[in-house]
Ligand binder design. Structure first.
Ligand SMILES: Cc1cc2nc3c(=O)[nH]c(=O)nc-3n(C[C@H](O)[C@H](O)[C@H](O)COP(=O)(O)OP(=O)(O)OC[C@H]3O[C@@H](n4cnc5c(N)ncnc54)[C@H](O)[C@@H]3O)c2cc1C
Ligand code: HEM
Length: 406
């Protein structure tokens, strides 16, 4: 429990955090990687390069300061971060490293403005937040052990590899020790650890794209090709170029809080909007939603893609539409190939817009699940705001550090 004077001092720092938060977190990461190189491998270099992780941490620190007298308002954000930390294997012993580097960064960036009062108050406040994370993360590690039978990284073998579109490959993964897999929660992701050229390792999350309860975990990975000065993505290219049937991969258990809750009442419509490879968690959710819902529940699945060459899971979706009368599928291509529309490979062209949602969902009071590139998420958020969809009915995931969606 923080004293009132600590709360007051932390709150006084909000304007400076709003103005200099990202400068602070940029400095913090540089400092931490210099002083504590042992934690560097946990972090995705592309997120550091793009500045998205620095922005996410600055946002989290600011939000904490704003809600310091009522941290329960941050429960959703805490859960997202805790699940991410667990997926990457962050442990209690890492918190003092972050704490020391963060306080030193506040001193170094703010200079004389960082009074002893400010440093002491943030030291205390950081301790309370760290304890909150450590406690929740401990519970999640235990749940993983109880549900999936392992924590940390374990060896899996590639049982099957399958082309999913011109740039997406699916990998079917079975435990090398022959153990039986517990069903994952639809929407969860795995973490894959691969060796890097410099002798280290690097980690990435991949959503499970299969129906829970099958004898394998399936991940479906888009190749990040790179172009000109932009280097090709490290892990997606490693998987596409080097991982074949019979090869092994180190995998950490399913984690993540973007999971499906079937809405009440049982005839409340469910709407899924998938952009590109962002379809993966939604494929898993869709199978469960269809199997567990009565025929009275309308299920709308909108797939946004460039065109048929890079459209994943077209066959699987068509099979589900054949089996379930309550499923309405709609593919919308933003850069269709000649003949895509005429051949029925998509139902319309362009980006997701209000007339499309009106046509497919009407004014129904639905639950919405969406995942895709940032511009699509921003667009869908705007459209749902215009439709006055409550926050509680909007569920979405970023394939990177979460950002505020205006
Ligand atoms: C919860 C979650 C679930 C996910 N699920 C999936 C999934 O199901 N399928 C999937 O394919 N992905 C998924 N991702 C994304 C995945 O984790 C990886 O981020 C993705 O595969 C790219 O990793 P990479 O190592 O290939 O690319 P990275 O090496 O991490 O690079 C990322 C991007 O940045 C570019 N880049 C790299 N360096 C630079 C630079 N110096 N300057 C400019 N650009 C640069 C690369 O070209 C690439 O496009 C998910 C992510 C999260 C967080
Ligand atoms: C109170 C302390 C902490 C806060 C407020 C915090 C906050 C965050 C936030 C906001 C994210 C982005 C989540 C997302 O949207 O993906 C994140 C990710 C991450 N955090 Fe923390 N964190 C804390 C402690 C730690 C510690 C102790 C470590 C261990 C070194 C750590 C390592 C990571 C890593 C590796 C990621 C993923 C980064 C990436 O994608 O490259 N964090 N954290």
């Amino acid at each position: 429990m923080l004293s009132q004077s600590t709360v007051d001092v932390v709150k006084q720092t909000i304007p400076v955090l709003q103005e200099h938060g990202e400068t602070l977190t940029r400095h913090f990461y540089q400092r931490m990687f210099e002083h504590n190189p042992e934690v560097k491998a946990f972090f995705n270099p592309a997120h550091q390069q793009a500045g998205t992780q620095q922005r996410a941490l600055a946002g989290a620190i600011c939000a904490y300061a704003q809600h310091i007298d009522n941290p329960s308002a941050l429960a959703g954000a805490v859960e997202l971060i805790a699940q991410k930390h667990v997926s990457l294997g962050i442990k209690p012993e890492h918190y003092p490293i972050v704490g020391e580097n963060l306080l030193a960064s506040i001193r170094e960036v703010l200079g004389e403005a960082a009074t002893d009062d400010i440093i002491n108050a943030w030291g205390e406040a950081y301790g309370v937040l760290a304890d909150l994370f450590i406690q929740r993360e401990g519970q999640i590690f235990e749940q993983q052990e109880d549900t999936y039978g392992w924590q940390g990284f374990k060896c899996f073998l590639v049982e099957k590899r399958e082309r999913c579109s011109d740039n997406i490959e699916s990998f079917y993964l079975c435990p090398a020790d022959g153990s039986v897999l517990a069903p994952h929660v639809p929407g969860q992701y795995l973490t894959v650890r691969i060796p890097t050229a410099d002798g280290g390792t690097t980690l990435r999350n991949y959503s499970l794209s299969n129906r829970p309860g099958e004898p394998w975990f399936r991940i479906s990975v888009k190749r990040e090709a790179g172009q000109g000065d932009v280097p090709a993505g490290v892990v997606s290219n490693y998987l596409h170029n080097h991982i074949n049937v019979g090869d092994s991969l180190e995998v950490a258990p399913p984690a993540g809080e973007f999971t499906l809750t079937l809405p009440e009442p049982a005839d409340k419509p469910l709407v899924f909007i998938a952009g590109g490879v962002g379809i993966t968690p939604l494929m898993s959710m869709l199978t469960v939603a269809l199997e567990a819902s009565p025929a009275a529940r309308p299920v709308v699945f909108i797939q946004a893609a460039l065109n048929s060459a890079v459209q994943p899971f077209a066959g699987e979706l068509a099979e589900l539409a054949q089996r379930y009368d309550n499923l309405r599928l709609h593919a919308r291509f933003s850069a269709p190939l000649d003949g895509d529309l005429q051949a029925g490979r998509c139902q319309s062209t362009g980006f997701i817009d209000a007339p499309l949602l009106d046509e497919l969902v009407g004014d129904a009071y639905a639950a919405w699940y969406f995942c895709g590139p940032t511009p699509m998420l921003q667009q869908v958020r705007q459209l749902l705001k215009a439709r006055a969809v409550p926050e509680a009915d909007q569920h979405y995931e970023f394939f990177g550090p979460a950002q505020a969606l205006a």
